[in-house]
Design a protein around this ligand. Structure first.
Ligand SMILES: Nc1ncnc2c1ncn2[C@@H]1O[C@H](COP(=O)(O)OP(=O)(O)OP(=O)(O)O)[C@@H](O)[C@H]1O
Ligand SMILES: [Mg+2]
Length: 248
């Protein structure tokens, strides 16, 4: 089990969401909302059809459904990589389709994304992959160093900081992508099949890391095919079926 660091918890609570949850006991503020969302790609494929969803702040939600059912599309809509054909996608009370330029960048800074295919930069070390985004966002070198070590500890990769991605196992690469998503302590974490290529032990480790971040106050949305893993956790589940979403 990765070493838990209080520093990461502190950084999450500085974002204000943790304290809000503690203040109100169970939090009822809406973090994410889909209102009658249809997504049709340019080639005519309907990925989502009149889909509705509400996710509360501080929730940990699984999105399940067969391959091609629209799980990745749903996450892409939340961080504005895709826009809905119809309906509204609301994140932090903002209609994502209305955001452009700096306002969209600001929203994305508040969202950590674990991509289905990791998207690691092969010529950069683990440490560089994790801190790259912070550099682009103008964090000082000191602040980047302060964040790097506790984040790598949390995902159990401190000893691999100077390795390149091709020197890592699949599970370790997946954990680098998680470290990169959480190093900026985003209040919303989207993880697209974060256990897709992992064995049961590594999958469980990844889910425990995500649950830990959730306990620090982050809202977490995880897509997965892994029914066994979902059953092992006691978290709410949304099923994607024929383009619509239903809570199980
Ligand atoms: N850029 C695109 N252009 C056209 N069709 C697309 C595009 N991206 C996804 N699709 C289609 O939209 C549907 C939903 O795709 P999506 O990637 O959201 O599914 P998924 O549930 O994430 O699948 P998987 O479990 O295999 O990752 C699929 O039929 C897919 O072929
Ligand atoms: Mg997908």
């Amino acid at each position: 089990m990765p070493v838990l660091t209080t520093q990461v918890k502190k950084d999450f609570s500085v974002r204000g969401e943790d304290s809000e949850t503690q203040q109100h006991g169970s939090n009822t503020t809406t973090k994410v909302q889909l209102q009658s969302v249809t997504k049709t790609y340019a080639n005519g494929t309907h990925a989502l059809l009149n889909a509705n969803l509400e996710v509360k702040k501080g929730e940990f939600l699984f999105i399940t459904g067969p391959s091609g059912s629209g799980k990745s599309t749903l996450l892409k809509l939340l961080y504005g990589q895709e826009l809905p054909t119809q309906g509204e996608v609301i994140v932090d009370e903002c209609n994502v389709a209305d955001l452009r330029g700096d306002r969209l960048s600001l929203l994305r800074r508040r969202i950590g994304i674990v991509f289905q295919d990791y998207k690691l930069i092969t010529q950069r070390t683990v440490a560089e992959n994790v801190t790259f985004v912070l550099q682009a966002q103008g964090y000082t070198r000191k602040e980047i160093q302060r964040r790097l070590e506790p984040t790598l500890k949390l995902v159990g990769l401190l000893s691999k900081a100077d390795c390149f991605p091709d020197q890592l196992s699949g599970g370790e690469q997946q954990r680098v992508s998680i470290a990169r998503a959480i190093v900026g302590t985003p209040p919303l974490l989207l993880a697209d099949e974060p256990t897709g290529n992992l064995d049961p032990d590594n999958s469980w480790q990844v889910i425990q890391i995500l649950q830990k971040l959730n306990s620090f106050g982050a809202t977490v949305i995880v897509t997965t095919h892994d029914e066994q893993l979902v059953r092992r956790c006691n978290n709410p589940i949304v099923q994607v079926c024929n383009g619509s979403l239903s809570r199980k």
